[in-house]
Design a protein around this ligand. Structure first.
Ligand SMILES: [Zn+2]
Length: 526
């Protein structure tokens, strides 16, 4: 009897034994580091390829085709066109809990075209879009990490699901609230976002959030056309209404909180001076630190638009084209991630990397401090925020515990959203920074895949700290639709020229090589 019991218990234990053959968490992380290093050429090619596509928000057709092609070939299941956005998608691998989602942006900046590795303004195509935010590197980070994890999940039969999402039109803060509304984060346990930075860092929130939230609104005024000299009294100028709205908004600024940021561009100012403009439009970003204040700025904008229309005998309607809650980052995940950042360490920069960085800093009138060499410590967030940039991952962060990893793939002290920020983004600086980011992304995912108690702790922070103070409410009304028409014309204009410059990794090792650029190219007397 004893003998039978012994055999029976061996049989019962046998499947467990094969699962136990998976190495320890530390050994898995070590293996992930080695595997990520082996993929350096793959990571570099992705960074360079997406840099060469240079696609604006909602126009990420080549980029999305390229990235989904890679992950699909590697066994991920793809759903395309999610949340009514043609260039959006989600890739899924594995099964069961926990569900860990990677997210990063892939769109670029208008007029930011720039030759990589050249330390002064030298556009690849004059006036064309370019990766002047460095969003070309994030997918290289996330896909590299996801493929490393996939290999380990297969090898050791690890339970859990990896999802990859693209940040479509992040520069327009225009999609993630729609992903949330469509339910794509309902079954997700942990979100690991990545974003290009000039430092290796993560952060967490204790108050309302980090940075600002925003609504992005376009106001369309409608007047009456007439000959501007022969019968101006028969016309009603929509441009007058736009200008009046802008003046009224500026008079209001004095009475707004210091933490607000609001800015505008006139997207339609009429056709020619001798025609009273019957149509004109202005596009505002209203930023504040929390939902009630963002909402009240938005309502003030609507009131001012209505009164500008009344004062000019025109009419107005508006369209919400983007919105974002102030991002809130989870302390539990940030602490886990920080340890991984410290384990990976900063990339090793060469003299060439530092020469480029210093020449760029000098070119724009900053101190030539070069690239950072040290890891930032994880510190408590500032008590008082003064407002600043926004990111539409904010909406996700109020639905699922998340953090943002900043990996060191760009030069410090840059202005952001400009050609300057594109210089390093297809050079060894971006390549090495992306590999470092992929390592942390893979290691942090392993922590949460293998330790269910960490997932519980992250949710505990989400429920008992974060959402105790504020409850998520979308800025979107049920009628709001993604503004997928944005940037169509701008992109079409440059597409034929851009296509000629797409990176061809079958012929060249790097994009710098394809372009024939000496690295680094700096002024003779920088
Ligand atoms: Zn960004």
């Amino acid at each position: 009897m004893k003998k039978y019991l012994a055999i029976a218990s061996i049989l019962l234990v046998a499947p467990l034994l094969s699962a136990q053959q998976a190495p320890s968490l530390d050994a898995l992380k070590q293996e992930a580091l080695v595997e990520t290093d082996k993929m350096q050429t793959f990571t570099q090619q992705m960074v360079d390829q997406i840099f060469s596509y240079s696609e604006l928000g909602f126009q990420e057709f080549e980029t999305s085709k390229y990235v989904t092609g890679i992950v699909e070939k590697n066994g991920f299941e793809i759903e395309k066109g999610i949340a009514g956005i043609p260039t959006a998608w989600v890739a899924t691998y594995g099964s069961g809990k926990p569900v860990i989602a990677f997210i990063t942006d892939e769109d670029c900046i208008p007029r930011a075209s720039q030759k990589p590795g050249v330390a002064y303004h030298d556009p690849l195509i004059e006036g064309a879009p370019g990766h002047g935010e460095g969003h070309n590197s994030g997918m290289a980070v996330n896909v590299t990490a996801a493929l490393v994890l996939k290999k380990q999940m297969d090898k050791y039969h690890l339970a859990g699901t990896i999802k990859i999402f693209p940040g479509i039109a992040e520069e327009l803060v225009a999609t993630k609230a729609f992903y949330v509304r469509a339910g794509y984060f309902k079954d997700v346990d942990i979100v690991l976002g990545t974003h290009v930075g000039d430092e290796f860092s993560t952060s967490y929130s204790t108050g309302k959030g980090i940075w600002s939230g925003v609504v992005s609104v376009q106001y369309f005024f409608h007047g009456k056309a007439a000959h501007a000299a022969f019968a101006p009294w028969d016309g009603r100028s929509a441009l007058d209404a736009v200008e009046l709205m802008d003046v009224a908004w500026d008079f209001n600024r004095e009475h707004l909180r210091l933490s607000q940021r609001s800015h505008r561009v006139i997207i339609n100012g009429g056709e020619q001076p001798n025609v009273v403009p019957s149509e004109a439009a202005v596009w505002y970003y209203f930023r504040e630190l929390d939902y009630p204040h963002i909402k009240s700025l938005y309502e003030l904008g609507n009131t001012i638009a209505d009164s500008a229309a009344k004062s000019t005998g025109t009419t107005v309607d508006h369209k919400l084209v983007g919105s974002a809650w102030p991002p809130f980052y989870n302390k539990v995940i940030a602490e886990v991630q920080q340890k991984n950042i410290e384990a990976v360490g900063m990339p090793t920069w060469t003299d060439a990397d530092q020469t480029l960085a210093k020449a760029v800093q000098k070119e724009i009138g900053k101190n030539a401090t070069g690239l950072k060499e040290k890891i930032e410590p994880l510190s408590a967030p500032a008590e008082h925020l003064n407002g600043g940039a926004s990111d539409d991952v904010g909406d996700i962060s109020w639905n699922v515990p998340m953090v943002y990893l900043f990996y060191p793939a760009n030069i410090p002290e840059l202005p952001g959203h400009s050609w300057v920020n594109a210089i390093a983004m297809a050079t060894p600086i971006a390549h090495k920074g992306s590999t470092a980011g992929a390592k942390v992304q893979a290691m942090t995912a392993l922590d949460f895949l293998l330790k269910p108690e960490l997932v519980r702790q992250a949710w505990d922070y989400f429920r008992n700290v974060q959402t105790k103070q504020a409850k998520y409410e979308s800025f979107l009304s049920p009628d709001d639709k993604p503004a997928i028409e944005l940037n169509t014309e701008k992109m079409q204009k440059f597409l034929p020229q851009l296509k000629k410059l797409y990176f061809d990794p079958s012929k060249y090792k790097t994009y710098l090589e394809q372009l024939g650029i000496t690295y680094p190219t700096v002024r003779a007397n920088p």
